[in-house]
Design a binder for this molecule. Structure first.
Ligand code: AMP
Length: 280
């Protein structure tokens, strides 16, 4: 496994391999966990070479404290990556990636960017679009792997490659969970004991919402979810949305033949957690 700390060193290393080899790419912000490793394992199955990037992208954070406190564990991450088939780790600095101009470009993603995370995290998807486009220009992957944990991001990346005609196939991967159902996340390590114990409530509520969605209207399920969080002492709901899987538009009424997902963002103290589920 080769660790590249600059864009130029990664490009130099890949140039020799690129010919006749498929490249599977997994962009991450590090503090790696089993969820990330599940994406890497998917990439191993279908590609000759696996590249993992570790970069805490400053332009996608709307909250300075979240950026400052985001866990950075490169030494431990490298050890984990040695245990799977990872050929190249790309861990650049912000100045290298942004060429000393740390700003995001403006993007439109056909309206996908206005819902949920876009509404509550100002500029977030401009930051995501900027970094993913840049990383794709550097790595030129055959396939790139993204988790359904960030379902809105996954849909936006699909739109990004279509809009810019980027010849990379985007593969969505299932959410990897702790035994108690909590979606794995680098931010989970920052939860207090009490909040960690409370956090599986998010997925439990999504599961119950899915069962209710079979027989109840979208608005009744929505009300029920809000009531559950109002009663909860240590979790604060930021949003619950039932949205069309493709358009991510909030629905007021179910339509036959359409696919829907339920999305939650909630605060456990200062830590913001997100999760989602396919409702039908
Ligand atoms: P992050 O390091 O949080 O930016 O995540 C890097 C990639 O891993 C993104 O595509 C995430 O959606 C994905 N990911 C993070 N957590 C999980 C999880 N629990 N299950 C599946 N994919 C995940």
């Amino acid at each position: 496994m080769l660790v590249c700390l600059t864009t130029q060193s990664l490009k130099n290393a890949l140039i020799k391999k690129r010919k006749n080899h498929s490249i599977g790419f997994i962009p991450t912000m590090g503090a790696l966990h089993e969820g990330h490793l599940s994406l890497i394992k998917e990439a191993e199955k279908a590609n000759d070479i696996v590249v993992v990037s570790i970069f805490v992208n400053p332009t996608q954070f709307d909250n300075k404290e979240d950026l400052k406190k985001y866990p950075r564990t490169l030494t431990q991450d490298k050890k984990l990556l040695e245990q799977v088939k990872c050929d190249f780790v790309f861990a650049p600095s912000a100045n290298d990636i942004y060429k000393n101009n740390i700003h995001s470009s403006k993007f439109t993603f056909g309206g996908l960017e206005h819902a949920m995370e876009g509404k509550f995290r100002d500029g977030h998807f401009d930051g995501v679009g900027t970094i993913v486009k840049r990383l794709f220009e550097i790595v030129e992957p055959t396939n790139a792997y993204f988790g359904e944990k960030d379902f809105q991001q996954l849909q936006i990346i699909k739109k990004l490659v279509a809009s810019f005609k980027i010849p990379t196939n985007i593969v969505g991967c299932e959410i990897y969970r702790e035994e108690d159902g909590l979606a794995m996340s680098s931010r989970n390590t920052r939860l207090t004991k009490t909040h960690r114990a409370a956090a599986p409530f998010i997925y439990k509520t999504l599961q119950e919402a899915k069962i209710r969605f079979e027989t109840e209207s979208a608005s009744r399920v929505d009300t029920w979810v809000h009531e559950q969080f109002e009663k909860h002492v240590s979790l604060d709901l930021e949003y619950f949305e039932i949205a069309n899987t493709n358009t991510l538009k909030t629905i007021s009424r179910k339509r036959k033949g359409s696919k829907y997902r339920g999305f939650i963002a909630a605060f456990a103290g200062k830590i913001r957690l997100i999760d989602n589920i396919a409702l039908n």
